[in-house]
Design a protein around this ligand. Structure first.
Ligand SMILES: [Zn+2]
Length: 523
């Protein structure tokens, strides 16, 4: 079964006829309702917000609220217009003579405005108020604004102005200062999602939840844009079901899981895998520009999880990866991708451009090749699927703990050395391992005993470096008090002991008998 619904039918049939049906603008509607109920509505107000967020819908609701006379024809202005009286019905059908809707984008001239203003002094024909709804008011010419301003300075009591604009900064302050402002916010994704769900249930159309999520995200906070996408999806429906693949194809969207794979490879410096996954996405129809935007989104989510623990709907998939990435790397990647997004706008070779941006991001964060040296714990399995990566990480739990700990505050002297190993500071690692002995260790304070000569001035460097890495202050003191042997000596002694113990086992004795002269190496 295929649905055939005319373009933008949904936007009309689902347009709210009551304040209570407006979605995502609760604070604003409450203020408006209070003002209407108490009769304290300003004579002019301006509604601002992105397109398709409900500006003209609210303007018409206000027109109804002010002119409604109720079912019995004796009602006063109300925040709950009846919807059945002549006033309400004529406004709903766009044929109320006293409700004048003007699109400033097409009637910008001073003559248009003068003509409009001439009618203002006349009393309303059938309604309580004459209501002028001027959409895209910022498009008016300077002279038209001046003409409007004169009226706003001394408005007749029977007139109300409702201005709507997407660009309030282009509206002169002299106008704005005479209006009550109402900011309409973008409709949150979850609110849109519920709205679309209700609509589809009423229409009897089946859907995959993820498909609706894609639409809600693509709407960018605009109900109208969302409905328009939803409508196109309904038209494309086969087997009476909106599927995620239909929506992705329709919008040129990238598969979320594959984006996660690209991101995974990107953060781990797996150049070849990263580029392959990107190319697959492209071949499946994803726009390089959208891939880049999605990667930016993923970087943001991971970073915000990292610094604040905030988890979005998809965040939990990234959680495991996030624990192993430093905020610094994420910020670098963010910067490179952001700059890349600018370049992409002018690019004639979007895929190639995207690939170069990804390579740059991997090189700048210094991740290339680290995987092979085992510095970044392997997260994804060989299939590179991010889902299986989270459910069956190949990295051992111990490894996770140590790598996480060394990212934060070192808890032991060995942690400190491990941190410098990770930061690739071989001179300091050698100094701490072989040149000094530990006297006392507390997080934030280390006392060392110099055991042998070393490169000068390393001890203040250790303190400075630790403070930078951990964000806490560190005191590293050299004391004369005798402490432990150097860590290098301790390790050598421990190894000797293990070898001796191993050699004395029955098994080792047997091996020596079987292979005379063989050296048993303990691993
Ligand atoms: Zn009514």
């Amino acid at each position: 079964m295929t649905h055939h619904i005319n373009y933008q039918v949904l936007a009309r049939t689902t347009r709210p006829t009551k304040f209570s049906e407006l979605i995502g603008q609760e604070a604003l509607t409450q203020t408006l309702k209070n003002a209407i109920e108490s009769g304290r509505l300003a004579h002019a107000f301006v509604l601002t917000g992105i397109r398709g967020v409900g500006k003209t819908t609210i303007a018409r609701l206000i027109a109804r609220a002010l002119n409604c006379v109720g079912v019995d024809g004796t009602g006063q202005p109300t925040s709950e217009p009846c919807g059945v009286c002549d006033q309400c019905q004529m406004i709903a059908e766009d044929r109320h003579v006293d409700v004048i809707e003007v699109d400033a984008a097409t009637r910008t001239g001073v003559d248009d405005m003068r003509q409009l203003m001439e009618g203002i002094s006349y009393k309303p024909v059938m309604g309580r108020y004459k209501i002028y709804i001027i959409d895209e008011v910022h498009m008016l010419s300077k002279n038209a604004f001046n003409s409007l301003l004169k009226t706003l300075e001394e408005p007749p009591p029977h007139v109300k102005f409702i201005f709507a604009t997407t660009e309030i900064r282009k509206v002169p302050l002299t106008i704005l200062s005479r209006c009550q402002p109402f900011d309409l916010r973008r409709i949150p994704v979850d609110v849109l999602l519920t709205h679309f769900q209700n609509i589809l249930q009423k229409e009897g159309v089946q859907f995959e939840m993820e498909a609706l999520e894609c639409i809600a995200r693509a709407a960018g906070g605009s109900v109208r844009d969302g409905l328009s996408i939803l409508e196109q999806a309904i038209v494309k429906v086969t087997d009476n079901k909106i599927t995620v693949s239909t929506v992705q194809e329709m919008l040129g969207l990238a598969d979320r899981e594959k984006i996660a794979t690209v991101f995974n490879c990107l953060m781990r410096g797996l150049v070849r895998e990263c580029l392959e996954a990107t190319k697959t996405l492209y071949e499946e129809g994803a726009d390089p520009d959208i891939i880049l935007q999605d990667l930016l989104g993923t970087t943001y989510q991971t970073l915000s999880f990292k610094v604040s623990g905030a988890v979005s709907a998809e965040g939990n998939k990234l959680q495991a990866l996030a624990e192993k990435i430093e905020p610094k790397s994420l910020m670098l990647v963010w910067q490179v991708l952001m700059k890349g997004a600018e370049e992409m706008k002018a690019s004639t070779m979007p895929l190639e451009n995207l690939e170069v941006i990804l390579i740059r991001a991997m090189h700048i964060q210094g991740m290339v090749g680290k995987e092979n040296r085992g510095e970044i714990p392997s997260l994804v399995s060989s299939s590179l699927s991010p889902v299986s990566a989270v459910s069956s990480p190949v990295v051992s739990p111990e490894r996770l703990v140590t790598s996480f700990r060394s990212d934060g505050m070192p808890k032991t002297f060995e942690d400190v050395i491990q941190l410098f190993e990770k930061k690739r500071e071989p001179i300091i690692v050698d100094y701490l391992t072989n040149d000094v002995g530990l006297v006392d260790f507390r997080p934030g304070a280390i006392k060392l005993n110099q055991l042998r000569e070393s490169t000068p001035n390393l001890q203040p460097k250790v303190a400075k470096f630790l403070s930078e890495c951990t964000g806490a202050s560190w005191l590293v003191e050299l004391v004369t008090e005798k402490g432990q042997e150097s860590l290098g000596v301790q390790r050598a002694l421990a190894r000797e002991k293990r070898e001796k113990d191993a050699l004395s086992t029955e098994e080792a004795k047997k091996i020596s008998e079987l292979f005379p002269g063989a050296q048993v190496v303990v691993k």
